[in-house]
Design a protein around this ligand. Structure first.
Ligand code: KIV
Length: 261
């Protein structure tokens, strides 16, 4: 699926259901169960490789898993979003373009990068050269050594900065925005102020879509984040769990409203 088809869903008022995905078998299952976006997330550093953070994931790893997901999703034609890993884009636009080109060649439809104002020049460079870019604000897992895994933008000043960053990234050409672990009220405000879709994770129910880590949804994570939900327990089977997640997002039943995060 290409970006215009995905955006058409949002224009119709449909919520986007996204999940992380790292291999061909799950790509087939998730796409077949109606997941709109398969995120080849650098969370694979934790879920697949067993690291404590995403920082060890390489561009080779990302290309390998993106190729596998693209092969698995061919028939259902899901939209594939791939993370640019830590160290593969922070040097500047030229490095970011080379890395993005590798992931697009591997089968991604869009690449995701983390950061606010500091990424504006890179986003503009990529967008002008045919690379669809998803920005990522709030909790930035690649900056975990600075922030820890904690909710972000809870104070007014940080919230104002996040909104400003979101607007700047959109103006630079970002076509989608992931909002992670920020107050629901702020995510709603950002969503109202942007034309591009917002995809929330721990950011309340008012984003244009939701994303979760597959292993959290399937109850495979020892200590899942408190905003996640195990859809496997109630569903009782893999495909039923994925379908339950998609239905809950589409009907606005997940996530439940969060007040004050
Ligand atoms: O890598 C990942 O799983 C992500 C989500 C947390 C959005 O980027």
């Amino acid at each position: 699926m290409f970006l215009p088809q995905l955006l058409a869903k949002v224009e119709k008022g449909e919520k986007l259901a996204a999940l992380t995905c790292y291999d061909a078998g799950f790509a087939r299952l998730l796409a077949g169960a109606g997941v709109d976006i398969l995120l080849v997330g650098d969370s694979l550093g934790m879920t697949v490789q067993g690291h404590a953070t995403t920082l060890a994931v390489t561009l080779d790893d990302m290309a390998y898993h993106t190729e596998a997901v693209a092969r698995g999703a061919t028939e259902a034609g899901a939209f594939i979003l791939a993370d640019l890993p830590f160290g593969a884009y922070q040097e500047g636009p030229a490095q970011a373009f080379a890395s993005a080109a590798r992931l697009l060649a591997a089968g991604a439809n869009m690449v995701k990068l983390e950061g606010g104002a500091v990424m504006v020049e890179t986003v503009a460079f990529l967008a002008a050269r045919g690379v669809p870019v998803c920005a990522h604000l709030g909790l930035l897992p690649q900056s975990v050594n600075l922030t820890g895994y904690r909710a972000q933008a809870r104070e007014n000043k940080a919230a104002e900065r996040l909104l400003k960053d979101a607007l700047a990234l959109e103006a630079a050409g970002a076509r989608m925005l992931v909002l992670e672990a920020i107050p629901a009220r702020l995510a709603a405000e950002v969503t109202r102020n942007l034309a591009i879709p917002t995809i929330g994770i721990g950011a309340g129910p008012d984003c244009d879509g939701q994303v979760l880590v597959l292993h959290d949804v399937l109850g495979l994570t020892a200590k899942p984040p408190r905003f996640a939900k195990d859809f496997m327990q109630a569903a009782g089977g893999l495909e039923a769990a994925i379908r339950a997640y998609v239905e809950a997002v589409k009907h606005g039943d997940f996530p439940a409203p969060i007040h004050g995060f």
